[in-house]
Design a protein around this ligand. Structure first.
Ligand code: SF4
Length: 202
């Protein structure tokens, strides 16, 4: 029911990070850790103009790269991840971002959540990216009792139709940002109110 109601509310699910290919989506997703999508989208035009391919990024001067991505925060660690990711894509995958979870998580800076974004929104593979919003809402909605992203992902995969995994995950993130926020869930405006075990509990 949650998946269907969210789909009715948000039929179109644009991926909020600007990108033109899998490499750009992967780099933007790495940058989005602890940073707003708006800020990432401000930084990536310069980043991709300077480093248009994994080969270019793999050869980046770390100090120059850090300067470009500095507004996204944690820029030293992110620069290391970006260069490591690009070098691995170049060396081990012939310059092409791989399309399986097993391969993606071998790349520096790429965990299960980032890999799920790439799989679900570039490769059209069924995947659910579990971020802090999905974790919180899964508990509030009674879809999972766990705090472990891997367990929550498995619980959601049991209740949502497979073809809706990626989009429903993204819709839940948007719902968490706009309606069921961490501090002040707006239950009186929530389309999920009839499906929610936490309604009115705040
Ligand atoms: S009813 Fe309230 S707690 Fe439940 S999902 Fe909606 S906003 Fe969140």
């Amino acid at each position: 029911m949650v998946a269907e109601v969210l789909a009715e509310e948000r039929p179109v699910v644009p991926v909020p990070l600007d990108h033109r290919n899998a490499y750009e989506l992967l780099a933007a997703t790495i940058l989005s850790a602890q940073c707003t999508d708006v800020m990432v989208n401000r930084v990536t035009p310069s980043l991709f103009a300077r480093y248009p391919s994994p080969a270019a990024l793999a050869a980046a001067d770390p100090a120059e790269l850090e300067e470009i991505i500095r507004p996204t925060g944690f820029y030293r660690a992110k620069a290391r991840s970006l260069i490591g990711m690009a070098a691995a894509v170049e060396e081990r995958f012939d310059g092409q971002v791989p399309g399986t979870m097993a391969e993606l998580v071998t790349l520096p800076g790429v965990g299960r959540k980032t890999a799920s974004v790439i799989l679900g929104h570039w490769f059209d593979e069924p995947a659910i990216a579990v971020d802090t919003h999905v974790l919180r809402l899964s508990r509030r909605l009674g879809l999972s009792e766990s705090d472990d992203p891997v367990r929550v992902e498995a619980d959601l995969k049991e209740v949502w139709p497979r073809q809706m995994w990626a989009d429903t995950g993204l819709r839940l993130i948007m719902h968490g940002r706009e309606v069921c926020t961490a501090r002040r869930p707006r239950c009186d405006e929530c389309p999920l109110v009839n499906a929610c075990v936490s309604r009115g509990a705040f």
